[in-house]
Design a protein around this ligand. Sequence first.
Ligand code: SF4
Length: 375
Amino acid sequence: MDENTLARPVPEDAPAAAAAWVERIRRKVAESGRTVRLMEFCGTHTMAIARSGLRSLLRGAVELVSGPGCPVCVTADGEIDRMLAYCDVPGSIVATYGDLLRVPGSHSSLARRRAEGTDVRVVYSALDALQLARENPDRPVVFLGVGFETTAPAAALAVKTAREEGLGNFYVHSAHKQTPPAMRALLEAGDLKLDGIICPGHVSTVLGAEAFAFLPAEYGVPGAVAGFEPLDILLAVDHLVDAALGRRSPDLWNGYPRWVRPGGNRRAQALLNEVFRPCDARWRGLGWLPGSGLCLRDEFAPFDAETRFPAAVPEPPARKGCRCGEVLRGLLTPAECPLFGRACRPEQPVGPCMVSSEGACAAWYRYGPGEEVRA
Ligand code: SF4
């Protein structure tokens, strides 16, 4: 497998190639006499790994631990409560991604508020919410922005366009988050020994793989940027296993060159920097992380929903029973939560990790059995 292979989306012989790579990885780990623990940071990787059964295929050799890369999952209860407060703004249209609707806050959810009569719309992009504002000039439209460096550029573009068009009824609540500070927090917490991190492919298309060079440089932890096909993930695992076993120096490897270019997407980066500034953000499971959020810059304050519609939101009580915070830190597998598959199921979720299409609990529930036991 070489750079040319990585440049193609899916080789025709992918299943056979994947089986061979699984065997190769298992063999070299077995020869080492130890096991390797890797984290897939990104929720899309978590779902891809579950769907393809890679966790099971590598069990006993490589433990794949899910991380906090599901943006809906890491949105804290207090932030959800704050978002729910926009439902009380007279005449408002609240627009957001479908995943967020069923995430429970401390007292309700957007889905419930919609059933009770609030105009909550599902959109695929901040630009769809902007269109809603154009079509409803007499009503305030609040876009609830969650996501990492991948979705934030579209929110930035929507805000910039709203200003250019002189729209006075479009607002953004930015719960966007940045991935590198969360990786640092995980490593500095030190409660989970990792041999390597599978770095998010989508985020890397925006930031460039270089954004994760601090992993080997500052923490001695190898990183591999991966795409989302099983072969992409296996190649990243293989690279990280080699580093973990001392067959190569810890480095940052770009295993997704068909989309991740040196320097990343500079237009998207410029847009992010123009509209947003880093600010402190609260992550479920990780707490407040300095500089990990993206807030609107002062010149875009007229579009800031929190400024336009201030609300006193009490600190929510601790969620009983849900272990989502530990799942997001890789300290617990979903199946180790006592509520998994019992009180908490996709049709009746207790926590966000069971709601989101990128949530670890949802992935384990959907693609188990065989995914429920640690390596
Ligand atoms: Fe929370 Fe449900 Fe996951 Fe348990 S199974 S950690 S209750 S989301």
